[in-house]
Write a protein that binds this ligand. Sequence first.
Ligand code: DAH
Length: 327
Amino acid sequence: MENLKKKVEVLRESFREALGSVRGLEELEKLRVRYLGRKGEITLLFKLLKELDPNERREAGALLNTLKEEVQEALNLKKEELKKARGREKVDLTLPGREYSLGGLHPLTAVLEEMIEIFVGLGFKVEEGPEIEWDFYNFEALNIPPHHPARDMWSTLFITEKMMLRTHTSPVQVRVMEREKPPLRFISPGRVYRKDAFDASHSPAFYQLEGLYVDKKVTFSDLKGTLELFARELFGSNTRVKFVPSYFPFTEPSAEMSVNWGKGWLELVGCGMVHPAVFNAVGLDPDEWTGYAFGVGVDRVAMIKLGIDDIRLFYENDLRFLRRYLR
Ligand code: DAH
């Protein structure tokens, strides 16, 4: 009898502990089976009653019944509790879903990528250069010595006397020619900076795409052919181009290519044959090497392609504008 009493105590204690750590309805059911199931611990104790003296049997039976009721009660309470908690967490399937909007390319990026693809298709590699540039690369090596009036062609943003935000992508020509031996054929797209007002046709930061081809016996007709092909790929096969004489310190002769795809002529590209002084600056013999170079105004191209007359739209990040051109 004493033995049974002790067992009841131990069971009561272990049940309480187990109940405390139950986390869900399934665990609770397992616990019920462990104590009250057909082979449960309490059920087994009842089977011991037979072995007791008949006069002890009544007291023991009462003891076990109390324990059983207690356990049953506790299980029921816990079940209610868990059901309530689950109700609170229940997913409301009638709620509308959350909308996720996909990102897209900025219209300038999209047009720039299209331009890059055309040149890559023509065999040009893609090179990059720093946006903070030394005077040497931005000016001097491009045949624009200090105090030369040609510097006035670019309203420069200086960081120190010898360091600036690059005013064009042409310094990449110098960096690559310094580093690699010809033949060279690459483009270099990127951001450039000028001390300009922010108005419909100017932005202090904008994009250019530079191109350089250096080899033996490169001619002006190579340049014309390549740029004409580029224009037709970009604006359609009926596009007409014209070359007008111009001046750039780093090319001789120099020209500007205008494009007419139906609505009048538009200057889009500065270009020319690489100036001997530029070859000298990078240690290439101008009698051995020839080349052409060009610089395209990316924003201008994008404005024409998208039919926009204000460059500021590209830099104001107004989603109403940007969404119109998402592809
Ligand atoms: N760097 C010139 C500019 O920013 C554009 C240019 C003209 C680039 C002629 C060239 C070139 O490579 O040959 O105005």
